[in-house]
Design a protein around this ligand. Structure first.
Ligand SMILES: *Cc1c(COP(=O)(O)O)cnc(C)c1O
Length: 223
């Protein structure tokens, strides 16, 4: 666990001011999370609902859990009381459901809209044009129990730096466009979540202000 602490500090020291770190703890044991927690870190990212809830119940209540994986509609009710930010809103149906579940438990859910630009077909998210139409349609402004805080995106999984840069540029451009549209919570629309262990420097160079870093902190995941 000493290694986790050292990795965390290395990672934090290298981040420019204003860039928030989500320590992605998926598939890693609670002891590893506790090690980072003891160093003062509070934001952790998980990609599976059952895992997030189990860890949230076992660990201190002041942890800010971020959900970063594909969220199945039947898991919304389960995670909502435990999450502080959902990065992965990838359909209008999911958005509606999070809104109604949030209303049911009398809170406002902070979310990011996931934008898809990567070459992989399997990745979830809205195409930039779809997202822009969705915001222009005004639908989001009717969801009183949702606060849209920004967007999340991933670059293609490739060694081609040019492709990664153009993906981040496309995501950042989408963010800028959305920011210029009338959103009910416009002042809160500030988060551009992009960048993981291997590509976060490039993401930051393209404007990311929230990075999601797992393996560089916790080591290789064993699935
Ligand atoms: C797993 C995951 C990460 C972290 O990936 P690393 O390469 O381990 O840093 C970031 N974002 C999402 C959406 C993930 O699923």
């Amino acid at each position: 666990m000493h290694q986790v602490k050292e990795n965390l500090h290395k990672c934090l020291d290298a981040l420019p001011k204003g860039v928030e770190l989500v320590a992605v703890s998926k598939f890693h044991p609670v002891d590893a999370i506790r090690a980072a927690y003891e160093e003062g870190h509070r934001i952790f990212g998980e990609s599976r609902a059952t895992e997030l809830v189990a860890k949230a119940k076992e660990l201190p209540g002041d942890i800010l859990w971020h959900f970063i994986g594909h969220l199945q509609t039947n898991k919304v009710r389960m995670i909502l009381p435990h999450v502080s930010l959902i990065h992965s809103i990838d359909s209008e149906r999911l958005l509606q459901l999070v809104d109604s579940e949030a209303q049911r438990i009398n809170r406002v859910a902070d979310v990011l809209l996931q934008v898809h630009v990567a070459q992989e077909e399997t990745k979830f998210g809205f195409a930039p044009d779809e997202l822009i139409s969705l915001v222009e349609s005004g639908t989001l402004n009717k969801l009183e129990h949702i606060r849209v805080r920004g967007i999340m995106g991933m670059a293609s999984n490739t060694d081609d730096t040019m492709r990664i840069e153009s993906d981040f540029e496309a995501i950042a451009q989408t963010f800028k466009t959305l920011k210029s549209l009338p959103l009910k919570d416009a002042p809160a629309f500030t988060i551009l979540s992009m960048g993981m262990s291997d590509d976060h420097q490039l993401a930051i160079a393209h404007g990311s202000n929230m990075v999601r870093i797992g393996s560089s902190i916790f080591g290789i995941r064993e699935y």
